[in-house]
Design a protein around this ligand. Structure first.
Ligand SMILES: NC(=O)C1=CN([C@@H]2O[C@H](COP(=O)(O)OP(=O)(O)OC[C@H]3O[C@@H](n4cnc5c(N)ncnc54)[C@H](OP(=O)(O)O)[C@@H]3O)[C@@H](O)[C@H]2O)[C@@H](O)CC1
Ligand SMILES: [K+]
Length: 510
């Protein structure tokens, strides 16, 4: 499965294992890497007046020497600018010795408009911020607006976190090898990479599998096998029943958006649970979605016992306070009750903020054996309310923050943003790469919560349900494009869901 992501350390280990297993030696992998980058340069910039290859002292630089040799062999005008020289006896030293272009020191780097830069300074081995000659090279490329093709990663960008500590190249194209790295998908890395090309350099799937990767790009292969398609004889309650809690009379819209999204994502039945004083306003806006009065935990329990809902959404428009905490803890306690157990609770917005002063109460409830799956869907601000120490730890990437939070909370954490990360308490995590700017609109998160609950109610495991919902939500948003408002999203889901249902049937048939 190629949705796996490898951290720079895991990638180094994959290189080592591949070399130890054979048949390819390190220099073969390097030659394949350099060939892949050269092919991209030749295909995208056939009329470049000159190609400047910047080579660092490690294996990333080694790839650069291979690129320079192949381009020279292809009659391209090539200049090589080197920062340090490769360690004697290394693969990079061998690649440098095979390169017919005499390197000049990076400190003298000059370039001209119309030329191309191949950035082979630092890749997986980036160990500190760019400084001196490397930082100046970034300035030269930026000033002249030269297209940059980055080898593995734009130098200065961390493959682990996507962060750049100081200066970094902004690439037009980045060519990486074997598997993508988290830094290619996490912001700002994703933007710094430009177009990302993944090249096969001969590291087999079996080698990657030995590393048992726990990080993935969030794409359909990750969860299509669990994507719910109703059986021919499906009864509406067998397709799952979602309950969505509504706020008071002037805050009911968010719950209805969530409810509609749960219904569109395939839940057989959806009920809005409304305070008595908001029943009329909700009733005026609901047709296929049911309505039930619910002012107290006893009302909620009575509903659970009688109507057997399998998932809830709590938070959108609900208000912050004790009632919210009681409802959330009441739902999570159903794992201990014989009269109706709920499979999952999606806690969003006010639901998250309500626990800011007592997050451990929530986490303990979620971690109790047999508790319903808890899915938390914080944006950055809400994340910091529930996990202030994790949010403030500048050593952690967004991926590591989500992962640490999920483990602490015993919950699936959907850490939202343009690079949403979904993490599970068991250590799995996925980074979403199809986020669309159109989704940054009021109510969009309420829709996402509803989709997650819709999938949970249909029996999808919680991590897969959250991943699928995030991807589908983003896909629907980007296909709809400009002018999107949250009301459009439930309908915009339909073509995406249709394609996935077809794909799921193919997977099942195959
Ligand atoms: N056989 C293989 O393994 C294959 C590997 N492949 C390629 O290898 C790349 C990884 O190679 P790598 O591990 O040698 O690390 P690399 O990125 O070259 O940097 C290390 C050197 O740079 C230095 N340095 C770092 N940051 C610096 C800074 N800011 N400023 C100044 N110096 C800095 C660092 O110094 P140090 O930290 O030791 O002080 C060290 O000397 C990978 O991205 C891929 O392109 C492919 O060819 C496939 C086969
Ligand atoms: K690089």
């Amino acid at each position: 499965m190629s949705s796996e992501l490898l951290s720079p350390a895991e990638m180094t280990e994959a290189d080592r294992l591949a070399i130890a297993t054979g048949p390819l030696a390190g220099i073969d992998l390097m030659r394949n890497a350099g060939a892949a980058v050269s092919a991209v340069v030749l295909a995208h910039f056939p009329v470049a007046s000159r190609v400047h290859v910047l080579c660092g002292p490690g294996n990333n630089g080694g790839d650069g020497y291979v690129v320079a040799r192949i381009l020279r062999d292809s009659a391209v005008d090539v200049a090589v600018w080197a920062s340090g020289s490769p360690k004697a006896g290394s693969d990079a030293a061998l690649a440098a010795s095979e390169c017919p272009v005499r390197p000049r020191p990076l400190s003298e780097f000059v370039a001209e408009t119309g030329s191309i830069v191949v950035d082979a300074l630092y890749g997986a081995g980036l160990s500190k911020p760019l400084s001196g000659d490397a930082a100046r090279a970034v300035e030269v490329a930026t000033e002249l607006s030269l297209p940059v093709v980055a080898v593995d990663l734009p130098s200065g960008v961390s493959g682990e976190s996507g962060q750049s500590l100081g200066q970094a190249f902004r690439a037009r194209i980045t060519v990486t090898f074997a598997r993508k790295k988290p830094g290619h998908l996490l912001l700002p890395g994703r933007e710094m990479c430009g177009e990302l090309v993944l090249a096969d350099i001969g590291i087999g799937d079996g080698i990657v599998a030995q590393l048992e990767p726990r990080t993935f790009e969030n794409t359909p292969p990750l969860w299509i096998g669990n994507f719910p398609v109703p059986a021919v004889d499906a009864h509406k309650y067998r397709r799952g029943h979602v309950g969505v809690f509504s706020g008071g009379p002037s805050a009911t819209g968010a719950a209805r958006l969530s409810a509609l999204a749960a219904a569109r994502s395939g839940a057989g039945a959806v009920t809005v649970l409304s305070p008595a004083n908001a029943m009329q306003v909700n009733a005026a806006h609901l047709t296929s979605i049911m309505l039930h009065k619910s002012d107290s935990v006893a009302d909620v329990q009575e509903f659970i016992g009688r109507r057997r809902p399998s998932a809830f959404v709590l938070g959108p428009g609900f208000g912050v306070g004790e009632k919210t905490r009681d409802f959330a803890l009441g739902v999570l306690a159903t794992g201990q009750r014989p009269d109706g157990r709920v499979d999952g609770l999606v806690l969003d917005a006010d639901g998250i903020t309500s626990f800011r002063d007592a997050p451990n109460v929530l986490f303990e409830a979620a971690r109790r054996p047999n508790a319903p799956a808890l899915v938390l869907t914080p944006h950055e601000g809400e994340f910091a309310r529930l996990f202030p120490d994790i949010a403030g730890d500048t050593n952690l990437s967004k991926l590591a923050k989500a992962r640490t939070a999920a483990e602490r909370a015993g919950a699936i954490v959907v850490y939202k943003g343009a690079d949403t990360v979904i993490a599970a308490p068991d250590g799995r995590a996925a980074i979403n790469g199809n986020g669309a700017p159109w989704l940054a609109t009021a109510g969009s998160g309420d829709v996402l919560s509803g989709i997650i609950a819709g999938f949970l109610a249909q029996g999808m495991p919680a991590f897969e349900a959250a991943c699928a919902a995030v991807w589908i939500h983003a896909e629907a948003g980007s296909r709809f494009g400009p002018g999107l408002i949250a009301e459009d999203l439930p309908l915009a889901l339909l073509p995406v869901l249709r394609q996935l249902a077809e794909r799921r049937n193919e997977v099942t048939a195959g």
